[in-house]
Design a protein around this ligand. Structure first.
Ligand SMILES: Cc1ncc(COP(=O)(O)O)c(C=O)c1O
Length: 407
């Protein structure tokens, strides 16, 4: 991909995260992005089209109405496209709106979706609970296993949807291999790369067609704005914008786009610190008597450590670990932790830990049986704590976790 026109050809990703697509308005000459809150823009009678369905790529059209496109949201989309080395990107109000935008643009009644049998709970529940009501066939598959993917493909398979690392068990998918297999079969591949971030992995370079992020997590990184994005070829992102963006209506607000742009300014240094802390915390947890197992792509004990080294420049800010009697340990952690917060979500500047109950995940969210069930239990045991490492001093995090986990 050529670099954005405002930057030298040699611009590195850490520079793109700050400056890709940044334009200096001639009236104010501000070097920080301005925020454009206007819902509508002046239009020229007779130009453009009233119906989005009449247009090619709305990203090439003048601004008209903010649900279609907005200058601040566009600045974020351009930055994300540059970081993912994509031709285009479409932002949404949440990560879930981005995921449902992909499904509902690329799939129709009679089509078949192959989805990782473990994904973020919302994506799993949407695929298993709602898509079949629309006549879309769905097969959950362990996508860390290429044979399982091959065996699941059908003549009507249109999309393979992966998550790597997947939330919460941090199992990886070999994205280049999954893309090869799916493409041989004529299917597209999308990956939710929220836990990896563009700092660690660039899925489009590995052959994947679409990359999805919940911007709510590490990319914004400050726990104060929801957002989502899909990046990929111009043809695919134009379809997703014209269909899901305009008609499903989950448009990102300019205010949140501005907050996320500001969060992205520090994405690279934040991820470097978070990853360095996470690596030491994972090793610390692995040595604690109260911890039965640690799953972290940066540890040699991760079952796919070699793939993690190949596919991820950094192992990520999320660590999963198991203890005996997880329900009692959850109560102990919530009562004792002083620096780490016992709460849902991940990817914020403050460290967060929560228990994901295995029985609830298996029965409610994933509805796993057979080999899928056995594999989930292998990773998650009877309960998995998900720790999202933040920016606090590593020594404070280690001391806090140590005292809270002690017998
Ligand atoms: C991996 C992953 N993808 C997608 C989502 C959904 O994102 P949002 O909460 O922004 O809708 C989440 C949220 O936790 C997530 O962890």
């Amino acid at each position: 991909m050529p670099p954005p026109p405002n930057l030298p050809e040699s611009a590195r990703p850490a520079t793109l995260a700050l400056d890709a697509g940044l334009t200096i308005p001639p009236q104010t000459r501000s070097i920080q992005p301005d925020i454009s809150m206007s819902v509508n823009h002046l239009v020229t009678p007779g130009e453009g089209a009233f119906s989005a369905a009449e247009l090619g790529d709305i990203a090439d059209e003048p601004y008209t109405y903010a649900r279609w496109s907005n200058p601040t949201v566009r600045a974020l989309e351009d930055r994300m496209a540059a970081l993912e080395r994509a031709e285009g990107a479409v932002a949404f109000a949440t990560g879930m709106a981005a995921i449902s935008g992909v499904f509902l643009t690329l799939l129709k009644a009679g089509d078949h979706l192959v989805i990782s049998d473990v994904t973020y709970a919302g994506a799993a529940e949407l695929a298993r609970g709602i898509l079949p009501d629309l006549g879309i066939e769905v097969t959950p598959v362990n996508l860390s296993c290429p044979h399982a993917l091959r065996a699941a493909l059908r003549p009507n398979t249109r999309l393979v949807y992966c998550e790597s690392p997947c939330n919460p068990i941090l199992r990886l998918t070999d994205l280049a291999e999954a893309a090869r297999i799916a493409h041989d079969h004529g299917a597209l591949v999308a990956v939710d790369s929220t836990l990896a971030t563009p700092v660690a992995t660039r899925p489009l370079d590995l052959g994947v067609d679409l990359v999805v992020h919940s911007l709510t997590k590490f990319i914004n990184g400050h726990g104060d704005a929801l957002g989502g994005v899909v990046a990929g070829s111009k043809a695919l992102t134009a379809r997703i914008r014209g269909r899901a963006g305009v008609y499903l209506g989950g448009a990102l607000s300019a205010a949140n786009a501005w907050l996320i742009l500001r969060g992205m300014d520090t994405l690279f240094p934040r991820m470097r610190q978070i990853n360095a802390s996470a690596l030491r915390i994972a090793a610390f947890l692995e040595a604690l008597p109260a911890v039965k197992a640690v799953i972290y792509p940066g540890l040699p004990s991760h079952p796919q450590y070699a793939l993690a080294r190949r596919q991820m420049d950094l192992p990520g800010g999320v660590i999963a670990f198991r203890t005996a009697d997880p329900q009692a340990m959850a109560r102990q952690l919530a009562a004792r932790l002083k620096v780490v917060h016992y709460a849902f979500s991940l990817g914020h500047q403050r460290s967060i830990v929560t228990l994901l109950d295995t029985e609830e995940m298996i029965r409610g969210t994933y509805r796993l049986t057979g080999e899928g069930l056995a594999d989930y239990r292998r990773f998650a045991g009877d309960g998995l704590f998900r720790l999202s490492v933040g920016l606090e001093a590593e020594e404070d995090l280690i001391a806090d976790l140590g005292q809270a986990l002690a017998g």
